[in-house]
Design a protein around this ligand. Structure first.
Ligand code: GRF
Length: 203
C-alpha cells in the first residue's frame, strides 16, 4: 500500500511510522511526506529515511479552498491508498475530506469524544481528569469527530503539567498509530456507513 503522511511540525509520529516501515512492519510504503511548513523538523526525519518530501506553504494561497485544491493535487500525484495526518495543523475543507473519505486517518491527543480541538492536555489537567490519552480515527467532515479506531489511556498524576502529560501521551501515540496503519494496509480496517470496522466487526 502507498502511504502519504502530512505533517506540520516535529514529526515524532512520522518517525514511529518510518521506523515500522524500515522494519517491514507497517504493511505499506511511505511514498511521500508533505508539510505546510518548510521548517517542520519532520521533513529532516523523512530525508534521513530516504523518503520523498514536499512543502506546500499555506501562506502562499489566498484561501482555504485554493490551498486544499493544490494540496489534493500534490498528494494525488503520489497515488496514495492511505493519507495519514500526523500533527498536520490545518483544518481541512469538506471537499478535501470527502475526497479521501475512508482512506484518511488522524491521531488526536485526547480520549475522543472528549477534548476535540486544541490544548487537550491543558484542558484535561484543568478538568481534574485522572485519565487521558490519544485516539486514532478516520477523518470525516466533523473536526476530530470521525469514527475512532483505537485509543490508548495514560494516567494523570498530581504535579503533572502539560509537558509531562504530553510526553506520556506521545509514547502511546507512537505505539498505536503504526498499528492502525498496519491494520488498514493489511485490509483489516475500513470505514463503512460512518463507522470503523476491523476484521468485519464494527468498532
Ligand atoms: C501529536 O500530539 C498529535 O496527536 C497531534 O499533534 C502532535 C504531533 O506531534 N495531532 P508530532 O509532530 O508527531 O511529534
Amino acid at each position: 500500500k502507498r502511504i502519504v503522511v502530512l505533517i506540520s511540525g516535529s514529526g515524532s509520529n512520522l518517525q514511529a511510522l518510518l521506523d515500522q516501515a524500515a522494519a517491514a512492519q507497517l504493511g505499506g510504503e511511505i511514498v511521500a511526506v508533505v508539510s505546510n511548513k518548510a521548517e517542520a523538523y519532520g521533513l529532516e526525519r523523512a530525508r534521513e529515511a530516504g523518503t520523498a518530501t514536499a512543502v506546500l506553504p499555506n501562506r502562499d494561497y489566498a484561501d482555504r479552498d485554493s490551498f486544499d485544491a493544490a494540496l489534493m493535487a500534490l498528494i494525488d500525484d503520489y497515488r496514495p491508498d492511505l493519507v495519514v495526518l500526523a500533527g498536520f495543523m490545518r483544518i481541512l475543507t469538506p471537499g478535501f475530506v470527502r475526497h479521501y473519505q475512508g482512506r484518511m486517518l488522524n491521531i488526536h491527543p485526547s480520549l475522543l469524544p472528549k477534548y476535540q480541538g486544541l490544548h487537550t492536555h491543558r484542558r484535561a489537567i484543568e478538568a481534574g481528569d485522572e485519565e487521558h490519552g490519544c485516539s486514532v480515527h478516520f477523518v470525516t467532515e466533523e473536526l476530530d469527530g470521525g469514527p475512532v479506531v483505537l485509543q490508548a489511556r495514560v494516567p494523570i498524576f498530581e504535579g503533572d503539567d502539560e509537558a509531562t502529560v504530553a510526553a506520556r501521551v506521545l509514547v502511546q501515540e507512537h505505539a498505536i498509530y503504526p498499528l492502525v496503519v498496519r491494520w488498514f494496509c493489511d485490509g483489516r480496517l475500513a470505514m463503512r456507513d460512518g463507522s470503523a470496522w476491523l476484521d468485519g466487526a464494527e468498532l
